[in-house]
Design a protein. Structure first.
Length: 178
């Protein structure tokens, strides 16, 4: 076994990335505090060729060196938009035909391993604040909630870890990507 060299990875250029067809998924960040978490989510969205990231409330916005530190350039490739409130972002997405789902532990949530959707239809997933989660008003505005099943005592994950798990599950069955 041999580790691949950078030139063997067939990476897209920034222009190629921007021109390519994206997976119709938008990630909405609801009042995320950590710039490192924001950067990590950008990087994950780039890795999975997602449509956009919506930054809401006091979620930090690029350019900032602490976001760049973990994004590693993904803020230049992934489309992003800022909204004063997460509810405004969710309402705009719904008006554009997106199915909106909070990533949260609530009554009647759908376990991630049982969540299914039409992969050709636009989907938005809302990730919440590191301490408070997704705001209750935003949860009510969403079509439903997806929960990552967990076995340990904490029953919570860092937002960037949760995003990686959820977004992989949303793209892994796409035959045209792999």
């Amino acid at each position: 076994m041999r580790k691949l060299e950078m030139d063997e990875l067939n990476r897209l250029s920034v222009d190629q990335f921007k021109q390519s067809d994206k997976v119709p998924v938008v990630v909405v960040l609801d009042n995320i505090r950590s710039m490192h978490n924001v950067g990590s989510v950008f990087r994950t969205c780039d890795a999975f060729l997602l449509r956009a990231v919506y930054l809401c409330g006091y979620t930090p916005q690029p350019p900032h060196r602490d976001i760049h530190k973990t994004a590693l350039g993904a803020t230049e490739t992934v489309t992003w938009k800022y909204f004063p409130t997460t509810l405004e972002a969710v309402e705009e997405l719904k008006a554009e035909g997106y199915s909106t789902w909070a990533i949260e532990q609530v009554e009647n949530s759908v376990p991630l391993n049982r969540f299914s959707y039409n992969q050709d239809s636009p989907l938005a997933v809302v990730f919440g604040n590191e301490v408070e989660g997704v705001d209750a008003t935003v949860v009510k505005a969403c079509q439903g909630s997806i929960e990552i099943p967990q076995l340990g005592m904490k029953h919570s994950l860092n937002i960037s870890v949760a995003a990686g798990i959820v977004l992989w599950e949303l793209v892994r069955d796409r035959k045209n990507l792999f």
